[in-house]
Each structure stands twice: as C-alpha cells, then as structure tokens.
Design a protein around this ligand. Sequence first.
Ligand SMILES: *[C@@H]1O[C@H](CO)[C@@H](O)[C@H](O)[C@H]1NC(C)=O
Ligand SMILES: *[C@@H]1O[C@H](CO)[C@@H](O)[C@H](O)[C@H]1NC(C)=O
Ligand SMILES: *[C@@H]1O[C@H](CO)[C@@H](O)[C@H](O)[C@H]1NC(C)=O
Ligand SMILES: *[C@@H]1O[C@H](CO)[C@@H](O)[C@H](O)[C@H]1NC(C)=O
Length: 222
Amino acid sequence: MKTATLLCLCFLGFSYSLAASSEEDVYEYLWEKNKDIANKTLGTDFLVQMQNGSLQAERYVSFTIQDIGYLLKVTKMLKRMSGKETQPTELRDFMKGRYSSYKTFADSMLKQYFFKSEPLIQQTPAMRKYLSFYRHLMEKEDPLYFAVGLLPCARLWPWLSNNLSTPPTNAYYTWKRDNMGGHPEKYRDLLNKNLNTTKKVAKANAIFRTQMQNEHDFFSSS
Ligand SMILES: *[C@@H]1O[C@H](CO)[C@@H](O)[C@H](O)[C@H]1NC(C)=O
Ligand SMILES: *[C@@H]1O[C@H](CO)[C@@H](O)[C@H](O)[C@H]1NC(C)=O
Ligand SMILES: *[C@@H]1O[C@H](CO)[C@@H](O)[C@H](O)[C@H]1NC(C)=O
Ligand SMILES: *[C@@H]1O[C@H](CO)[C@@H](O)[C@H](O)[C@H]1NC(C)=O
C-alpha cells in the first residue's frame, strides 16, 4: 500500500513532504523496489557454492582481497566526505560516524590478514566500476546521495547472510556469522527526512539501483 501511494504521487508529479506523512518510508521503498537484484545476487554461483561448501578456497581469497580494497577506498572517500562542510549537520555527523566505523573495520581487516600497511590492490573490472561510481557520487553529487550509495552494501550483506543456510560446520560460516549483525536501519531517519520530494526519491532510487547492481556484479564476478 505504501509503495502504491508513493508511485501514485510520483506519477501525478506532486512534490510533497514525506516528513509530514509518517506513512512514507523511503528507506524501505528503495529496498523493496530493488530487491529483485538482492534475490539475483543470492542466486550467484559464488554464494550458492559458498552455502553448500563447494566454493574453491582461492575464489574466496580473491573475493576477500577485493573486499579489503573496497574497504580501504571507501574509507578514504568517507574521510573526505566527513571533512566537508555538509549541511544539514545530521548528514555531516552521519558521515563522521560511517567514517569512524569503516576505519575501525578496515584496520581490523588489515590486522587480521597481517598487513603492516595499506596494500596496493589491483581492482577487478567489477570493483573498478563500483568504486568509480562512488567517486562520481563523492565529487559530483550532494552528500546525501553518497549516503544513498553506501546503503546497498549495508543492507544487502546482512540480508544475504540471513538468507544463506550455511551450517556452522561449513568453512564459510564465519562470513555468514560476521555479516548477519549489520544495522542498516541507521540510514532510515536520515533518508526519510531528507529525501523529501518525489524528484529526490527518484534520483535516490536510480543511485540505489546502480549500487545494488554493482554489488551483484562484484559477487557474480567473484
Ligand atoms: C529469486 O531468484 C530465483 C533464482 O535465483 C528465482 O527462481 C525466483 O523466482 C526469484 N524470486 C523473486 C521473488 O524474484
Ligand atoms: C554445490 O553447488 C554446486 C554449484 O551449484 C553444485 O554443482 C554442487 O553439486 C553442489 N554440491 C552440493 C554438495 O550440494
Ligand atoms: C530472505 O530472508 C528474509 C527474512 O530475513 C525472508 O523474508 C525472505 O523471504 C528471504 N528471501 C529469500 C529469497 O530466501
Ligand atoms: C527537505 O529536506 C531539506 C534537507 O535535505 C530541507 O532543507 C528542506 O527544508 C526539507 N523540506 C521540507 C518541505 O521538509
């Protein structure tokens, strides 16, 4: 019903305040509109084999190294984003929070895999495409859309982990366990409050979909 209302309003070209109507949950709308890609990602050969334990270890190692490369690059971008004089302040605070969290996680990954300093990682074409879209958001768009661009990863990985029926005896169980506990809801208030016109919602949806596809392409090429 909520989705139908939103689509209707879009269709009529109304500009309206989502804040005025607590009914509208843009955060949820973005996910529901693009869940088809989440489902497609769950069906990639990489995740199917991870779930049943037949995934070759080298593929998982390559995936992990690309993931570390992603973490390092996005952490750097978040550092830049959190240094900007972004308005509203809640958006700036959000970037600072994301930066701090990404930094802590990136540092722990480097430590876990014995890197004494940041490694130079050759990106796969899929990863290059994903990161170049992030760069576009950072350089060319309102910071609000950088937050939108971060959400697919934050929302997809916990969803995938929860949907994989990997048993604890599976070699890849830790991937499931470590990603199940994400909290993408931290994006909800920020997006619902600031994506307050049909035009902004449409733009956010296009960006969200691009980044969901980039996530999918990372898994399907791993
Ligand atoms: C999800 O993907 C599978 C194939 O991986 C397909 O069979 C199924 O119909 C899809 N479900 C939805 C709701 O899209
Ligand atoms: C695991 O998945 C692969 C690829 O889909 C399949 O070929 C294989 O038979 C599956 N193995 C088990 C034990 O289910
Ligand atoms: C994924 O898990 C959610 C609950 O976390 C469930 O509602 C959904 O049906 C699952 N989807 C698939 C494709 O297994
Ligand atoms: C919509 O959000 C922007 C900030 O993203 C704010 O400046 C503006 O006042 C809001 N408009 C309404 C009608 O709430």
